[in-house]
Design a protein around this ligand. Sequence first.
Ligand SMILES: Nc1nc2c(ncn2[C@@H]2O[C@H](COP(=O)(O)OP(=O)(O)OP(=O)(O)O)[C@@H](O)[C@H]2O)c(=O)[nH]1
Length: 741
Amino acid sequence: MEMVTGAAISSERTLSENQVNVSSVHEQSLVTEASALAQYNSNKGNKDPLTQVEAFQISFLRLVQRIGQSPENPVVLQVLYRLELASLIRAAESNNVKKPGLKIDKARALALALEESGHDDIDFSLKILVLGKTGVGKSATVNSLFDEAKVTTNAFRPSTKGIQQVVGTIKGIKVTFIDTPGLLPSNNNQRRNRKILIEVRKFIRKSPPDVVLYFERLDFYDRVYYDFPLLKLITNVFGSSIWFNTILVMTHSSSPLPEGMDGYPVSYEEFVGQRTKLLQSYIHQAVSNTQLENPVLLAENHPMCMKNSKGEKVLPNGQAWLSQLLLLSISTKVLGDANSLLKFQNSFQFVKSDSIRQPSLPHLLSSLLQPRSTGTSIGGNDFQVDDLSDGEEDEYDQLPPIRILTKAQYQQLSRLQKNAYLDELDYRETLYLKKQWRAEIRRNKESMLSNSGASENSEFENSSSDEVVQLPDMAIPLSFDSNCPSHRYRCLLGTNEWLLRPVLDSQGWDHDVCFDGISLDFSKQIKGNLTASVAGQMRKDKVDFSIQSDSGVNFVHGKCLFVSAFDILTADKALVCTYRGDVKFKNLNCNSTGCGLSLTSFGKMHFIGAKLEDSISLGRRFKLVANTGCLVGNSQETYGGSVEATIRGKDFPVRDEKVTVAANFLTYDKDMVLGGSFQTDFRVGRVAKMSFNANMNSRSLGQISFKVSTSEHFELGLITAVSLIQALFHKRNKSHEWEKT
Ligand SMILES: Nc1nc2c(ncn2[C@@H]2O[C@H](COP(=O)(O)OP(=O)(O)OP(=O)(O)O)[C@@H](O)[C@H]2O)c(=O)[nH]1
């Protein structure tokens, strides 16, 4: 648990519940200097952590007063609130009899009394590490804080050659800055940057800084943030916790603002919001955590920077930034100290930046158990479909000829005649589709049997069609602009064995809508019984790259089918590679048995899977499939299996009507889940199709889905949906009535 963090301070947040009643401060003036000093000193010397936190509260308020900040500043209120809350939690956890809590108003009164008495006994110093790209104003900010040129700055070339410590006193507080050489822009400079950062890490090992200032220029604005690799490198070298005590400093905060989309300068707050949000989101990505909220400070080091009546440098929004920077640094240190004193862990469960998440084993197992789609028709290896080719060979050809009516003729028919006419057409269409299907199976069988001589022939025939055709470019939105981080891809159509086309990302926002990937489908019959196929998609813009591809080789030998496949998928910037080998053989006319092995690698983790399956067909319309498998790796294992019975419609496969009932089990992590499902697809009349699917598991999780698709009568679907909803509500109302009675 973490309660008091520097990174969680936000100067914009207000804390209404802790608004301190100012009048109470005056009431507390009754506290005498002597008693205040006595209590303070006893708190400082006391070993009890809760009492020490009280001393922190008072010291903090005294420092706030010294740097000229108001105790009403939202940052101050937040720090006090967090300190109080942290002590309350620790006291409650340890059943501390002493009620913690120097109330905020009492702490303020004590701090005021002590400062008025003129005691200079605060033991407080700050050690601040500055990091950032070269020329962003790190050294200039150090000089601004000391109000003298302690370190050299240069407008034209890097001025900080090595790590240097600059020590001084600011408003009575001893401050040590560790000024570091500027980092170079991310591209191609990672090696040099790493060297600098490793040197800095060595330098601070013995005496770590209390606060880190990470610098950026506010006025350098690009829609794309190119320095993510730099943030990642900092995280890798120092660990994610470096961001925990980091304040983001945006220099050049008085520079003129850029124009917005409408041609007018954007508002200051809006611009600052955009810039800091962008930077914060990349820090989130670098540490793989979205909870972190770094305080942001705007700074202006130009000598001509505006000043207020007190002579302090102020920003266009009126903020005196130097004392605000001191306040944020002091707050970060006080909260950090209280954090370690009260032994709160850092709540951010930082995912180690270079670690990869564990993949879901049940998911890997279910994809192993799923029958792999062989992509192309692989020489009639689908045994059920094979059977269909026998029997009703020429039924379509034996049909008597039919006269197709014109629209006008059709309109003249009676309702009964119209129905009879449409039924006849539907019947003929089914027979025609069956004929086509059989012809395709025959073709596949023949090509399988064809010898190498025949394939030579076909190679010769194909050579003329090897030409690649470039398809016309797809229309892209007018708002597509050169700043968009996307490449353009063109569409190529080769022989009918492969197809290469761009992927349209329609989810992007306005100017972002463009093609940022390509997809490739390839399938080739290498020999009569050997087929290779690749299907994949690759997406890449100038920032991210992802790939997903399934490739495989199918080999049919007698009654055996061998499938060897290799799949690649990007997940978490790592590759998940799966190699699979499946064998399936038809041991009886109605039975085929198969087994498979898989090896999945994900980062440094490897998973081995095995499966067994059997499929029984009774006649053409009944099929029973059972499978079971297991997957082990990374000291974990999972087992699963399923039984599925399917009754197909009489016109299978040209009309996909079926009823399927299935049961499955899955064990993982000493837990077993049983599930069952029911699915049916059927035609309603000639133009509508319905599909109903319901599943449920032993954890009482389930889903019901009902789909109607119709090519004509939209009202039909609507009426069905409305009556279904009505029926559901009717049932619900009834159950409510029963509950009432
Ligand atoms: N207008 C303006 N100029 C600034 C600001 N901060 C720094 N500069 C100028 O930018 C130039 C570079 O500043 P430096 O402080 O040397 O930058 P640095 O980050 O220390 O650079 P390295 O020493 O290379 O790491 C100097 O000419 C500064 O005067 C600012 O807030 N506003």
